[in-house]
Each structure stands twice: as C-alpha cells, then as structure tokens.
Design a protein around this ligand. Structure first.
Ligand SMILES: Nc1nc2c(ncn2[C@@H]2O[C@H](COP(=O)(O)OP(=O)(O)OP(=O)(O)O)[C@@H](O)[C@H]2O)c(=O)[nH]1
Ligand SMILES: [Ca+2]
Length: 504
C-alpha cells in the first residue's frame, strides 16, 4: 500500500509487516527549503548510531577472527607431533604427523592441517660412494619438518629414519656409514632422537606397516582378521606381500600383530631385489646370461622389454642408483626388440630363478614360500603408477594391462616419444617392462586370476583418501605403543621377536 505525502513528495511504502521504507517518486524533487529539513539533533543521533554500529561490527569481526585463529592455534598447541623419514631406493621422504590423545587413544587425522610430507631424490643408497653427501638432503627434510612443528614442541616430537630395500642392498659397512651421517643430522635437529631410531628396517616390517595403514584407512584394523585387506607393494628395490592367511605359515614368514583385542596372524615377506627398478636392471644381466647362445654373433642380445628403435646407452650405467651400478655393464650388449609376450616370459623366468631350492610346500617366486593369496588386496606403488599411466579401469585392470602392454611394447620408440612428448626417456622406457613384470608377478607367479575383482590398484584408501604409505602405518603403531605405554597399559602391539632374522 503506498501513501503519498503531499508536502514532502515522498511516497511512504509501508506495509504492516515491513518497516517503513522511504521512496522518492520521480519529478518530485524540490530544491526549495520547503522540503522538510531534519532537526539538527536527529543528524547527530544518526551519526552516533552509524559510528556505534561500525564499532560493534568491527569488534564482532575481530572477535570472530580471533576465535578462529585461537582455535586453530589451540588445535596446533593441543597437537602432538611425530616425524618419520622413509629412506627408499628412489627417494627419501619426510612425513610429519600431528595427532592428539583423546581418552587415552591417539586420534589420527591425515588431513592437510595435521599431515605433511616432502620427497627428495635420489635415495640414500645413491650415496654409497659418498656417504657424507647424505647430510644435505636429510638436513633439508629436517628443516621441512621444523617448519610444521611449533618451536615449543620440537623436543617432545620424536624423529625416526627408517630405510628400506635400497639400503638393504648395500654392504653393511656402507649402510652404517650412511646411517651415521643421518644420525649426526638428526641428533642436532632439536627433535627427540635416539641413535637406534635411524636404522634399516626389515622388509617384513615394511610390509606389516603398509598393511596397517591400509586397514586403518579401510576401517578394518581392529576388526575380524579374515575381513582385512592384504597388500602387494611393487616398490623400486623390493616387493612386499602381506596378508592374513588361514594357511599354516612357516615362522620365518609369520608375523603376529595384536591390535586392540584382536590378534592378526600375518604372512609378510619382502622380495628383495624384486622391486621394479631393481628387477629391470637385473633383467639386462639375465637376458645376457640366458640368451648368450642365440645372440647375434657380435654378442648383441635382443631385449624384448625395450621398444624397438631405442638405443640402449651405456651412459645409463652412470644414472643407476648406487645399489644397481654394477648391473649397467650388460646394457651395452642389448638391442631393443620390444615384444610384450617375450618380455613377460623373460620376467617370469627371472621370477622363477632358484625355484629348485624351494624347501616348502610351494614357492611362488624363486625359492620363497607364499601362501595362496586369499581375500581382498590393494596393489600399490608401481602397480598403481603403471595402471594410471595406461588409464586402466578398476574392474579388469589385469586383462587390460596385457592389451596395453602389447600395444606399448610393440610400438616404435620414435612414435612413443611423439605420443608422450612430456615424459623423460628413462621414465617412458619403464612401461613396457613394468606391464610385463606386473602380469608375470601377479598372475603367472602369484596366481591372481586376470578377472579377479578382489585385487585393486591404489595409492590411497578409505573415505579420507589416506595415502597408502608404509610410514603412516609405522607412525600408527609407534603412537599406539606410545599411547599404551603412556596410559600405563603394557600390551604387545607388534611381535617383533623374529625381526632379528631379517636384520642379518
Ligand atoms: N611411473 C611412475 N613411477 C613412479 C612415480 N613415482 C614413483 N615411481 C616409482 O615407484 C616406485 C616408488 O615406490 P617406492 O616404494 O616409493 O619405492 P622406493 O621407496 O623408492 O624403493 P624401495 O626401497 O623399494 O621401497 C619407484 O620404482 C619409483 O621409480 C610416478 O609418478 N610414476
Ligand atoms: Ca618404499
């Protein structure tokens, strides 16, 4: 309803429900003083009102910002921190974990706020000839960690360096020289550190840790053993297989993990030197030795795992990580002859080498016992990277891997370079061997059916997309132990009694 005020020319649009709103109707603007001038005191009142409301709004905004920053600071202040440095063959990564204790239990949150990581290449084993060189990269990783932990918390935050297969492949004295350099850096880092916290962990431990983070992410850790998910990890220098087996497992492969009120009897083994990078380098020696008979006379041996047209350079040898340097000498005698099936057969023959020494009921790889895989599995690291590269589906990724490998291995190198212009040669080169190696390992050796829906490739898992990195599993167990110690309950978390067997 609109009322017209004859004197002011102002239309009051008022409605019983709405506060009165003043409208000036067009053409009714009067310049004469006859327009109703407001009394002086009204102006002052509205100016005071405006100032008071601005100050109130400003104070309100300040309070909101302060409480947000305070709660963020409180969150960080209430957080505890733990740092793990993973010394892998292809790189060294630092993981910084923030966590809190709620009613005696650690609460893990691998979101951005509580978790950060940084990877530096090359890995520790690349410094075999120059152990002192390690200090630079470890120092850079420590500095990354210090930027994520409040200064006042450094002394209460433990830092560990846990090296894996790349270091296991070095001679013990060289391992110790490299570890001593890392200990010197960690000792002066300001974090809580003990000498024994810089070590080469056993492959079996590495597998258990990866199993722990996968089942934590999937929510099955602490649940029924046969409802847990196994892990197969194709790393750079080693491959881990870890899962709950209902078969009787010889003690050298058996691990007991007590978590919550549940005891898990795990099969866990790390196939040292059967990581993808190590296997690909071993293959050149294997091809040379096994095909010497039918080489082309001048000692040239066909290499079915390298696409035709690629010139295998001897300078690849100087690019090899420390533990592989001596393998490079065979590269010069190889000739690229890309063929997926032949590469798959060569990889399978390499995986079966030493089978005659098998003293168990059955051996799937070399003379090593592996129970028949049972239940669901996540296939990580190179299983994931290569499947991603070929854009394989979730369901039939193994059958698709064969098709993709056939195409890739059979393609001429010059065409692959045009198709994948952004890839460095040494990275693009890996995919023919990788596809064949994956099939020869999972299907030909471990007996996974090509259409088995229970095995999926992944790099993350669970609703929170938790990274499937064994270091997160090590952190979970370390913290759980710490918590149990902390709350006075001394319960066995991880039966490490037989870890000594792996240390030698
Ligand atoms: N194709 C591809 N491979 C990758 C990528 N990032 C890492 N890799 C490879 O994946 C493997 C890394 O797995 P990791 O477990 O981290 O290997 P690592 O820790 O360096 O070696 P280990 O000591 O055997 O554990 C190595 O073979 C890397 O070369 C990537 O983006 N693409
Ligand atoms: Ca690794």
């Amino acid at each position: 309803m609109q009322r017209f005020n004859a004197r002011s020319g102002l239309k009051f649009k008022s409605d019983m429900r709405d506060p009165p709103e003043v409208q000036t109707s067009p053409g009714n603007h009067r310049s004469s003083p006859s327009t109703v001038a407001k009394p002086k005191w009204k102006h002052t009142k509205s100016i005071v009102f405006v100032i008071v409301s601005c100050v109130t709004i400003a104070l309100g905004l300040f309070f909101v910002c302060y409480s947000i920053s305070r709660s963020g600071r409180n969150r960080r202040v209430s957080l505890r921190y733990s740092i793990i440095i993973d010394g892998g063959s292809s790189g060294t990564r630092v993981h910084v974990f923030g966590y809190r204790i709620q009613s005696g239990e650690p609460v893990f949150d691998f979101g951005e706020e509580s978790y950060g990581s940084l990877k530096l290449s090359p890995g520790l084993s690349a410094y075999a000839e120059n152990p002192e060189g390690v200090s630079e990269s470890v120092t850079e990783l420590v500095e990354f960690a210090k930027r994520r932990v409040p200064k006042g918390k450094l002394k209460k935050s433990d830092i560990r360096l846990m090296a894996t297969a790349g270091m296991r492949l070095l001679e013990l004295p060289v391992q110790e020289q490299i570890l001593d350099v890392t200990r010197r850096v960690l000792r002066s880092s300001g974090f809580e550190f003990r000498e024994e916290w810089a070590s080469v962990i056993s492959g079996s431990d590495e597998g258990v840790y990866a199993w722990v983070v996968a089942n934590h992410a999937l929510g099955s850790l602490g649940g029924e053993p046969l409802k847990t998910t196994g892990i197969v990890e194709l790393g750079g220098a080693s491959t881990q297989v870890t899962f709950v087996s209902s078969e009787l497992v010889p003690s050298e492969f058996s691990r007991t993990l007590d978590y919550g009120n549940v005891s898990y009897n795990l099969y866990s083994h790390s196939f040292l030197d059967f990581g993808q990078d190590a296997a690909q380098e071993k293959l050149s020696e294997f091809l040379h030795n096994s095909a010497a008979a039918n080489s082309t006379g001048e000692g040239i041996v066909p290499d079915p795992c390298t696409p035709k047209g690629y010139i295998l350079k001897t300078n690849l040898q100087k690019d090899l990580p420390g533990f592989l340097a001596d393998k490079g000498k065979f590269i010069a005698t190889l000739q690229a002859a890309g063929n997926f099936s032949e590469c798959r057969s060569a990889a399978f023959a390499m995986l079966q080498e030493g089978k005659w020494k098998c003293t168990y009921k059955h051996c799937s790889i070399g003379s090593i016992f592996t129970p028949n895989l049972q239940g669901s599995f996540l296939a990580t690291e190179n299983f994931f990277h290569t499947s991603k590269f070929f854009g394989l589906g979730e369901k039939d990724w193994l059958s698709e891997m064969i098709l993709a490998g056939n195409r890739f291995c059979g393609e001429d190198w010059s065409k692959l370079k045009v198709k994948y212009p952004t890839f460095k040669d040494e990275n693009l080169l890996r995919y023919c061997f990788s596809s064949a190696y994956i099939i020869s390992m999972l299907h030909d050796s471990l007996g996974v059916a090509l259409d088995d829906k229970r095995i999926k490739y992944a790099s993350k898992a669970g609703d929170d997309d938790i990274p499937l990195d064994w270091a997160l599993g090590a952190f979970i167990l370390n913290t759980a132990t710490a918590t149990f110690d902390y709350s006075g309950k001394s319960r066995k978390i991880l039966d490490l009694s037989n870890v000594a067997k792996y240390k030698t």
